[in-house]
Design a binder for this molecule. Structure first.
Ligand code: SAM
Length: 203
């Protein structure tokens, strides 16, 4: 990762971490990932060759306002998200515009055109037809899957059937107790990364 990218990623993380959702109050169900923590994980994931910069295809299952997608857009070839709540997904556009202005002011690079967000239920097969239509990728083409806890078991069931061998399923929000999913190997030596991210490899 070059210095300019590292600086931009730090800025993206700071921008969103100042706007975290749901840690307290009624929006707890849509808590947002701490991007500074996730950024530390991604550095390790690049070093471990789990993220292949510019080549990996990434999918956030339950992407909310797309913040994890924005972070991964610097690291992945394609950064795709699916979100059930349209009003949550609607927050992506204004946040992206504000972030772009912040980065532009500081002459920092902003990734272009590799983010694709979809409204729908991430367990619904027709969503993947739309994703394939727009990106050319089916579920079995993604290298990296991400979710923040909510539907982790349902998503694991779907991925056990549809993801390719060797694909990585990342579950954020776990700590000492890490569930096992049929068809996946818990990467014990790396999990929980930064005390919060469990990694599973599709068998
Ligand atoms: C805890 S939030 C995490 C948001 C984002 N990935 C992050 O880490 O900042 C989980 C999101 O998943 C969404 N969600 C829950 N079930 C879903 C489903 N079946 N399909 C798509 N999105 C879903 C919720 O609406 C919520 O916005």
């Amino acid at each position: 990762m070059d210095g300019a990218t590292k600086k931009s990623l730090k800025k993206v993380a700071e921008f969103f971490d100042a706007r975290q959702v749901g840690d307290v109050g009624p929006l707890g169900f849509r808590r947002s990932t701490n991007l500074t923590t996730l950024l530390a994980c991604t550095e390790r994931l690049v070093a471990e060759k789990i993220i292949n910069p510019g080549r990996s295809a990434f999918l956030d299952l339950g992407c909310a306002d797309g913040r994890v997608n924005l972070l991964f857009s610097y690291l992945a070839r394609l950064s795709v998200g699916v979100e059930l709540d349209e009003w949550t997904l609607d927050e992506y556009g204004p946040l992206r515009t504000e972030l772009m202005q912040t980065l532009k002011k500081e002459k920092m690079p902003f990734p272009d055109g590799n983010i694709h967000l979809f409204h729908g239920d991430a367990t619904d097969e027709t969503v993947y037809d739309r994703i394939a239509g727009e990106t050319g990728l089916g579920l079995s083409d993604f290298d990296l899957f991400y979710t923040y806890l909510m539907m982790h078991e349902e998503f694991a069931l779907m991925l056990a059937e549809k993801a390719k061998k060797g694909a990585i399923y990342m579950v954020y929000g776990l700590h000492k107790i890490m569930p096992r999913y049929e068809g996946f190997r818990l990467m014990k030596d790396l999990s929980p990364m930064e005390g919060v991210l469990a990694l599973y490899e599709k068998e």
